[in-house]
Write a protein that binds this ligand. Sequence first.
Ligand SMILES: [Zn+2]
Length: 244
Amino acid sequence: MTDLEPVNESWSNALCVVAHPDDLEFGTAAAVARWTDQGKTVRYVMVTSGEAGIDGMTPEECLPVREAEQVESARIVGVDVVDFLRLPDGVLEYGAGLRAAIARSVRVFRPDIVITSNFRDTWGGPNLNQADHIAVGRAVLDAVRDAGNRWVFADQLVDGLEPWGGVRAVWAFGSPQATHAVDTTDTFEAGVASLLAHSAYIDGLGWEHFDPREFLEGFSRPVGQRLGVAFAAPFEVFPMGWGG
Ligand SMILES: [Zn+2]
């Protein structure tokens, strides 16, 4: 059954805003590789540096390791800019502070499309989503509007920084309410390589027999079937401008 629509790819500049290093690599990176291959610009903002993500490492030890892995995983899929906001991993709270931090990034990078990860309560089955993902996704939706309003977070508008109201849509990757998808068949291997760049993190998870390729295949194949291709990545699309 092909019930997912292809995403609209008539844009040139996307900003991916996620809570943690590795969030994009668990399924979105192959889509990013497709877009950078098409000549589009994609940049990443990590709200935290994932420093609370490895049980056997202190946050101080962990932060530079995870930032370095993220920079490398981005490079593999053609992303040269990774901005780390360094808010505290694991305890993000939805609110004006988080919205302001994300709105600033939107004003700086002036994207057409903003991509975040699923912020619904679950991933579709019984598996609960994580608190930081939910806080960031909700804040992204609001921050995109905040960024366009010169009277909201007006203190940011110095040194030439201007409001940016040009975001056409927010796409939430991996949402159980996905309506759209993008074909990742041709760039699937780049997506695997991008996830493999998070080796310290993957080792630290201690998931026995975790195989990144198998994981991404298992995730991408059923989505591909719903789009009529081999592999695909799913998105819930939130139109932000008038007329979507
Ligand atoms: Zn995460």
